[in-house]
Design a protein around this ligand. Sequence first.
Ligand code: CP
Ligand code: NVA
Length: 310
Amino acid sequence: MSRHFLSGAELDRATLGRLLERAQELKAAPARSHALAEKAIALIFERPSTRTRVSFEVGIVELGGHPVVLRADELQLARGESVRDTALVLSRQVAAIGLRSGSDQALAELAQHASVPVFNMLTPREHPCQALADLLTIKEACGRLEGLRLAYVGDATNVARSLVRLGVLAGMEVALASPPGFALSPDEARGLAEQMRAGAGCGRLVEVALHSDPRAAAAGANVLYTDVWVSMGDEESAAARRRALEPYRIDDALLDLGADGAFALHCLPAHPGEEITAEVLYGERQRIWEQAENRRHAQKALLEWLLEAW
Ligand code: CP
Ligand code: NVA
């Protein structure tokens, strides 16, 4: 059975810790590993991407491999070939397959039928590669993850869900603040934490706190995180989202409520003036651009793990 990385539930706490350590090693010495020598990796994009595409492509080259970037509209998938047949064919050419899709079901089908590792490059529900880079950024800044408080403010997106999963796995306290209609339900939050409980082993497992007031989530937080108000695929409800999410913005006043040295993260792309102010996005109280760079380092470690290089 191949390893997959579909939601992050595939990891246990020790593996997550090793992935982050390895990412730090590879960041310090980018050419250290040739784990993908003579291997090709397929990267399928059904939706636009800047960071995910470039960080995977460059990271694969740094590991000695060959990225095969495929836009879904260029594949026979666009003309009705099944995900199953695509999985069977690609598995005979490449060592692993990444997918960014508007369908979680398509990702599950790909993983079911591929005989090589499959990894999630963003679906409507999950964005676990982003969360790996997020935790790497926090660990670099704070020296640890366990016991830190992470506040997520805004729409309960794929990014929020993946942060909850990996944050809980790492032993972080995760507080979310979202408006009604754009929040995780208590059942879903509990379910995500529960799914990660087995992997968290005997380490401290903190429940996820749900708030509607962003100030309640931000109070005492070490890290404040936000994502766009209108995700890919949510364009039809853009006006309602902008109305409901107006009070959910990271600005200096919200950061002032955090712990000493609290900083902002954002998965990007950002909309300054909506979910984050330009002052924070381009100021001193953020690690957002480092976070974007860290996509590459974290994903190189992930690819090594997926291909069982360690
Ligand atoms: N954060 C992120 O995944 O960015 P892209 O959509 O540009 O890949
Ligand atoms: N929630 C956003 C993340 C973009 C990286 C989206 O899905 O569009």
